[in-house]
Design a protein around this ligand. Structure first.
Ligand code: NAD
Length: 351
């Protein structure tokens, strides 16, 4: 066995129903006295629920998916004008992403309060968009110092979005089995993440206001983020990154559609991953486990439903071929990638 694994320094607090006190405790531990509270207008009520005990100096609500550079610049200006000494973000991956953009240039510590299953809070990866081009990178300053997970903040996340976001987290786990830096620690975290998500998501779909399912799913989403931050983007994420950027597709839904196709593509050439994923699902094969979960959740099926044009298949092939890591279990070529994208576009069963 030969590998090097870096564990990222971060506090993680699970405190269902108690985010206000938990966040206040994390801010106090940082010694911060002027907080910039970042939350989108849609999450104002959730932010209000945790802000009462915080020394809020600035509230910032301009949140845009994929963090356009001009939006990041305005948030940095607001942070400087308010002389803030910490960032608290309440929201999904887009909101966490904005806090990261501010931390990247200011070094301000982040306390992240996630309200979806995106998992960005557990990674040191930032993303910024300029025009149609999304750039991502790694920087230790963007890793939130603390995460506070409060399942009660997610009880209003609609089931459809919960399913898509949870399958986005599942994609982090599955790609962590064969990402470019995947190691045995990532794989064990990813396996436990799959277990949490496979248990939690059906419970969320059956009872969206129930805390247990939300908590299990957050637990899985956290492990997914940790594994993914270490393993790096594999074939699945490279495909979704290209498609999302080219056709402005919704992030979580794109992941939810593409995942079974990449699993079917890679699993036959990755017996170790196949075994772990199947075991985590408690299913005879990885593919059957994912198919059963997707069926129970009525998961998104076809990229064409989200606005991808049919001629986009041919356009997407060259940039994806350039991006897929060399060590992908099944070698990728123009023909097998075209077949995969067509199946995901039309929503047919994974081959
Ligand atoms: P999002 O943050 O855009 O949120 C999606 C929608 O859900 C929004 O309309 C939001 O208002 C709503 N919402 C959020 N929480 C809610 C709640 N509790 N109740 C009701 N509505 C709620 O989407 P996302 O899928 O969370 O994040 C996607 C973004 O995160 C993408 O830009 C992606 O690139 C990024 N991301 C980054 C990383 C990383 O490591 N850097 C990892 C995963 C995702």
């Amino acid at each position: 066995m030969r590998f090097a694994h870096e564990t990222l320094p971060q506090r993680v607090v699970f405190a269902s129903g108690e985010a206000a006190a938990a966040v206040a405790g994390e801010v106090q531990a940082l010694g911060a006295t002027r907080v910039m509270l970042i939350a989108a207008p849609a999450e104002t009520d959730l932010a209000d629920r945790i802000s009462a005990e915080l020394p809020v100096a600035v509230r910032h609500d301009e949140v845009v998916m994929h963090v356009p550079v001009e939006v990041a610049e305005r948030a940095r200006t607001a942070a400087a004008a308010g002389a803030v000494d910490a960032l608290v973000c309440v929201g999904g991956g887009s909101t966490t992403g904005l806090a990261k953009a501010v931390a990247m240039t200011t070094g301000l510590p982040i306390v992240a309060v996630p309200t979806t299953y995106a998992g960005s809070e557990a990674t040191n990866v930032w993303g910024l968009t300029e025009g149609e081009v999304k750039t991502t990178g790694v920087d230790p300053r963007v890793l939130p110092r603390s995460i506070v997970y409060d399942a009660s903040l997610l009880t209003g996340l609609p089931v459809e979005m919960s399913v898509a976001s949870g399958l986005n987290a599942l994609a982090h786990c599955i790609d962590s089995m064969w990402g470019p830096r995947a190691d045995p620690i990532d794989r064990i975290l990813a396996e436990e993440g799959i277990r949490g998500l496979a248990l939690g998501l059906p419970a969320v779909a059956a009872d969206p206001a129930g805390i247990d399912g939300r908590e299990q799913t957050l637990y899985g989403a956290y492990l997914a983020g940790v594994a993914f931050a270490s393993a790096g983007s594999g074939m699945h994420h490279k495909i979704c990154h290209v498609l999302g950027g080219m056709f402005n597709l919704p992030h979580a839904q794109t992941h939810a559609v593409v995942l079974p196709h990449v699993l079917a593509f890679n699993a036959p050439a990755a017996p170790g991953a196949e075994h772990r994923i199947a075991r985590a699902f408690g299913s005879p094969t990885a593919g059957e486990g994912l198919a059963t979960l997707r069926k129970n959740l009525n998961a998104p099926r076809a990229l064409r439903d989200y606005g991808m044009p049919e001629n986009g298949i041919a356009r997407a092939v060259p940039p994806i071929l350039d991006a897929v890591p060399a060590g992908n279990p099944t070698p990728v070529n123009r023909d097998n990638l075209t077949a995969l994208l067509r199946a995901a576009w039309e929503g047919s069963e994974p081959a």
